[in-house]
Design a protein around this ligand. Structure first.
Ligand code: PLP
Length: 463
């Protein structure tokens, strides 16, 4: 890690990093956010800039007033800054601002104008958002994952050969939101291009933790399309990103049309606006774009490589300590982000997640993380009894895992706190299972705690 990055300094800039939250026994503890793969908190310095800019906020593009002109310019500049963050070629590519990664992928799936023979290759590792949208528009085939949950690159090549020349797109996640596995994007790009297919990266998980280079168009490592979400990269204000060649979006009609997408409208004629306006129907989220651009600028100044290096130290430490818990099953191996999914043999995942929250103030995620295909595969290998072939599962017995996901403001001390409580639970499973029964009314596990009514008012909103 090069000089200049201190997780302590960074942590001080993270909003809500040291919040106190209530737990059982009437206590309060500092909250541990180990759910960064779902959403990251916002950053104080960016919120200050936001407040300053908010005074100048105005609708963009159609106003003649000073504020509107200023906001239009800022909004346009945000597109450039966001593209530069991933080294997009802004002469050939357009940056389209949407709501999140899901919307970005749905948009691209609509806009790729698939014909009946076209094939999309994705993988068994994907989040549903990089699977379901393609099913609607093309024939989808899945690159296998091996028994360790790693992408089977040989199988990917086999699929490219088998479906050549019909593979229009290979679309793979940069990193798994279940195991944190990092895929070899350079290798996949080369392979896809060798078979004349375009390459898309779902960077929802990768972007907050690793520097991304889309590479120039002439480079075989070029990423043709990229999608990511602001709320996973410290900018939770409703902006997501889709980057891809202008040519793609200049063909055909935008998927959503109306205000902002057109130049000329008569009863019989529409001419579409320039890019990216034609793909950003309606009044845009100027503040969301501003906050995302400023956040990316901030992260660039920290240097993404420093973030990657610190998170690796933290992840290695978490893995090493988790392995000491009796009866733990950790899923996945190899190069990964700080995303670690596991199960305790003695406690079902969602019950354990509730215990971590109510016993120790630790926020994790449980279940299948919108990657049912992948989670099922991993569970089948490790805990075959946890699954059935039914299409539905009783709520109290859903298949799944517990996931912690780390970020650059998390600390070794927070990991120690997780390990302490996991050890206690693993050593006394009967006690904790009894303490956390399942409520059919609430549809969740909950703490059987005498002091519930004494908890702070905001807690009563939750339980
Ligand atoms: C790998 C991956 N892709 C896509 C998504 C969807 O992101 P969003 O909910 O921001 O659309 C997620 C969300 O967790 C994800 O982890």
């Amino acid at each position: 890690m090069s000089a200049g990055f201190s997780y302590k300094t960074f942590r001080r800039e993270v909003l809500g990093a040291d919040l106190l939250v209530p737990i059982t026994r009437g206590k309060q503890v500092p909250y541990i956010h180990f759910d960064n793969a779902a959403s990251t908190p916002a950053l104080k310095p960016i919120m200050e800039q936001m407040m300053e800019f908010l005074a100048w906020y105005s609708g963009v593009h159609r106003g003649t007033g000073h504020k509107s002109i200023l906001c239009s310019q800022v909004y346009e500049k945000c597109h450039t800054q966001i593209g530069q963050f991933v080294q997009a070629d802004l002469e050939h590519d357009t940056v389209i601002l949407v709501k999140n990664t899901t919307e970005a992928i749905n948009k691209l799936a609509c806009r790729l104008n698939f014909s009946a023979d076209d094939v999309v290759i994705t993988s068994e590792m994907e989040h549903h958002s990089n699977d379901l949208p393609w099913r609607r528009h093309a024939r989808v085939v899945y690159t296998r994952v091996d028994e360790k949950g790693l992408l089977d690159y040989k199988h990917l090549e086999k699929l490219l050969q088998q479906y050549y020349p019909h593979v229009k797109l290979v679309t793979i996640t940069g990193a798994s939101n279940v195991t944190g596995h990092l895929n070899d994007l350079d290798f996949i790009a080369r392979l896809a291009h060798e078979y004349n297919a375009e390459f898309m990266v779902d960077a929802a998980q990768l972007a907050p933790h690793h520097a991304i280079n889309m590479h120039p168009h002439y480079d075989s490592r070029h990423i043709d399309y990229l999608a990511f979400s602001g709320h996973k990269i410290y900018a939770p204000f409703g902006t997501g990103v889709l980057i891809g060649p202008k040519n793609t979006f200049l063909q055909g009609e935008p998927d959503i049309i109306g205000g902002g997408t057109v130049n000329l409208v008569t009863p019989n004629l529409i001419t579409w606006a320039e890019l990216p306006d034609r793909e950003e129907a309606g009044s845009p989220n100027v503040m969301g774009a501003f906050i995302l651009a400023k956040t990316l600028e901030y992260l660039q100044a920290l240097n993404l490589q420093n973030i990657t290096a610190y998170e690796k130290i933290l992840t290695d430490y978490a893995l090493q300590r988790l392995q000491t818990i009796p009866g733990i099953i950790i899923y996945g191996v190899g190069p990964r982000l700080g995303v670690i999914s596991f199960n305790l043999e003695s406690i079902i995942h969602n019950q354990l997640g509730t215990m971590l929250s109510f016993e120790a103030g630790i926020g994790v995620r449980t279940g299948c993380f919108c990657a049912q295909h992948y989670v099922r595969k991993l569970l089948d290998e490790k805990t075959p009894s946890s699954l059935s072939n039914n299409n539905t599962y009783p709520m109290e017995n859903l298949p799944g895992m517990v996931r912690i996901s780390l970020a650059a403001y998390n600390t070794h001390n927070e990991i120690d706190r997780l390990i302490d409580i996991l050890k206690q639970i693993a050593d006394h499973p009967h006690y904790y299972r009894r303490k956390y029964p399942y409520s059919h009314i609430r549809g969740t596990y909950y703490p059987r705690d005498d002091n519930l009514q004494n908890w702070p008012a905001h807690y009563n909103l939750i339980i």
